[in-house]
Design a protein around this ligand. Structure first.
Ligand SMILES: [Ca+2]
Ligand SMILES: [Ca+2]
Length: 271
């Protein structure tokens, strides 16, 4: 592409939402769901956590138990177990709850770390009324790796409608995906919702606002470049005709967590 005039306006933005900073900045899931500790749920027992049991399993259910949890709001299962190992959490609600949907927020460390902290398999179980064992299998999922997030920013991995069930005791099982040492599964939140209860298909995401001072009569084409895709610059929307004022454009960030921006002057050369 030949561009008669090209200037790269000073609106280069490198959006680098590393996994750790994004986690620290956000609250995952909701506290309005039926499993949240704010509604009286208690964790009955769980597998050990990473870092000498430094993580609190209550953080899976809306807690934010700093300073106990090294990563606020997260739980990480103990490291170094074989991939056949099942890490589990068992919890009990204040009273029986009727659920038909769950959402699981989880994040591994990405392909550069062998997708460590991903889970290979997730099972969700419940006790039917009067049962002594977890006799109901509500979900049994083996996701792809790295996870394909339904919502990238909050690390929403699973959002599934299940047959309606009423129960008071539940169990979640996670098997590690990676075979290296740091393979303990990271879980941010596990939420449950009942029939007609809205689940979190809404939320808050950050936007990029980028701007430049335009010159009257000049024609501009805003473009972006994804770090991860490493392909060509691509146009964002159509051209913008300058009017001497500040021009602004907005782009979301959760679809592409690393992006550069530029504005190219594509005004045709004069006669
Ligand atoms: Ca919750
Ligand atoms: Ca949490």
């Amino acid at each position: 592409m030949k561009i008669p005039y090209q200037f790269i306006v000073a609106c280069f933005l490198l959006l680098s939402f590393s996994a750790s900073s994004a986690r620290a900045a956000l609250t995952y899931g909701t506290t309005n769901d039926l499993w949240d500790i704010s509604r009286g749920t208690i964790v009955v027992r769980s597998s050990p956590s990473a870092s000498q049991n430094a993580y609190a399993p209550e953080d899976i259910f809306g807690g934010n138990l700093r300073p106990r949890s090294p990563e606020p709001g997260d739980f990480i299962f103990a490291d170094g177990f074989p991939t056949t190992h099942i890490g589990f959490i068992e919890w009990r609600t204040l009273a029986p709850v009727t659920i038909d949907h769950y959402e699981l927020f989880s994040s591994g460390d990405g392909p550069q770390f062998g997708n460590q902290r991903d889970f290979a398999r997730f099972r969700l179980l419940a006790k039917s009324p009067g049962a002594t064992d977890f006799d109901l299998v509500l979900a049994d999922v083996t996701p792809s790796h790295p996870f394909t997030f339904l919502h990238h920013t909050p690390s929403l991995v699973l959002s599934e409608t299940i047959p309606t069930v009423t129960a008071q005791e539940f169990r979640a099982e996670f098997t590690p995906y990676a075979s290296n040492f740091y393979n303990g599964v990271r879980v941010m939140e596990l939420d449950a919702f009942g029939p007609s209860q809205p689940w979190s298909e809404a939320g808050i995401n950050t936007l990029v606002e980028f701007w430049w001072k335009s010159t009257t009569g000049r024609i501009y084409q805003p473009q972006s470049w994804d770090l991860k895709a490493n392909g060509p610059w691509t146009n964002i929307g159509g051209t913008v005709i300058g009017n001497g004022e500040i021009q602004k454009l907005y782009d979301d960030t959760h679809a592409a967590p690393g992006r550069l921006y530029r504005v190219v002057d594509i005004t045709p050369a004069g006669p």
